[in-house]
Write a protein that binds this ligand. Sequence first.
Ligand SMILES: Nc1ncnc2c1ncn2[C@@H]1O[C@H](COP(=O)(O)OP(=O)(O)O)[C@@H](O)[C@H]1O
Ligand SMILES: O=C(O)C[C@@H](O)[C@H](O)C(=O)COP(=O)(O)O
Length: 314
Amino acid sequence: MSAPGRPGTALVIGEALVDVVIHPGAEPVDIPGGSPANVALGLARLGRDAELDCWIATDPRGRAIRSHLEASGVRLTPGADAAERTSTAQATIGADRAATYVFDLDWNPPYPHRPEGAEAPLLVHTGSIAAILEPGRATVEQVLRDHRETSTICYDPNARPQLMGSPEQAREIVEGLIALTDLVKCSDEDITWLYGADADLESVLRDWLGLGAAVVVVTRGKKGALALTSSGLRLEVPADPDVVVADTVGAGDSFMGGLEDALWSEDLVGADRREALHALDAAALERIVRHAAAIADITVSRAGANPPTRDELP
Ligand SMILES: Nc1ncnc2c1ncn2[C@@H]1O[C@H](COP(=O)(O)OP(=O)(O)O)[C@@H](O)[C@H]1O
Ligand SMILES: O=C(O)C[C@@H](O)[C@H](O)C(=O)COP(=O)(O)O
C-alpha cells in the first residue's frame, strides 16, 4: 500500500543506539533503538521516505543497527558512518524502564551531515542527547531555524534524567525547542519529571500551545492519549483495552511516527501548511490521533521497537 500525501523526505535528527532491555528473570537482550531511529523506522515501515541523520559506529553493533534500519528502508544521511568510533552508544533499559546510558561524549553532534539547504516537508527531532548536551542544543536549534521556512517540525522532549541535568535546566531547553516546533508529543512520565508530580498535564499542554505549537499530545500508557490544539480542540483517545502487552519499549516512538504519517496523509506537512495545521478541525484531529494510537497498540503487542508496516494496519 503506498503512502498518501505529497512527495518528500521525513528528516529525523538524533541518535541511533543499542537498547539493552532487561526483563526480570531473563537474559538481557540487545535491540536496535534510539528514539529518533525508532521514529525513522516507523515512518519508513509506513512507506515514507525517512532519512536519519545521526552517528553510527562501524563496529559489529553499529553494523547491526545500520542493517536493521536499512532493511526497513531508512536512509542514513551520508556521513553518518563514524569509522573512527568503535563503540556504539547504549541505553540499558531495566524493568522500571529507566535508561542508563553508556555514551561516549565524542558521539555528540554536530549533526546534521545533511547538506545545507536540503529541504524536507517534515523535520523530526526526538533526542534528549542531541537536544541537551552541548553543542547538541545549539546545533538542534540551528537546524530548526534553518528548516522553519520549509518544514513542519515535530518534537518529542524524551526526558532522560541521567543526561539532562536537573528538571529546571531541561525545562528551559525543552521550552526553547518547543517554541520552534509545530507538533509536540510527550509521555505523561516525561511531563512529570520535567514539571513535577503535582503538575497538571493539561495546563502544561496549554502552556506549550502558548509557546507557538499547533498540536500537543501527551501519551499516558494504558490510559491512552490526550491532544489539544491551538485551534481550540481537546481530544482523548483510549488505548485498546484488549491489547496483550508484550513490551512497551518504542511505543511512544511508534505513536510519534504515526502522528507524523497521519499529518502527511492529511496534507499538513510543509511550512506552507502551517496555517492549515493551526486551523485543524475535529475530524482531522481524531483521524490523526487514532492512527497513532492504532500503531502504538500494535507496537506494544510485540517485542522491541517493532512498529507495523501500512499493510499490517487494521
Ligand atoms: N500498557 C499499555 N496498554 C495498552 N496500550 C499501551 C500500553 N502502553 C502503551 N500503550 C500505547 O502506546 C502509546 C504510547 O505509550 P506510552 O507508554 O505513553 O509512551 P512512551 O513509550 O513514550 O512512554 C499509548 O498512548 C497507547 O496507545
Ligand atoms: O532513545 C533513547 O534514549 C532510548 C531508546 O533507545 C529506547 O528505544 C526508548 O526509550 C524508546 O522510547 P519509547 O518509545 O518512549 O518507549
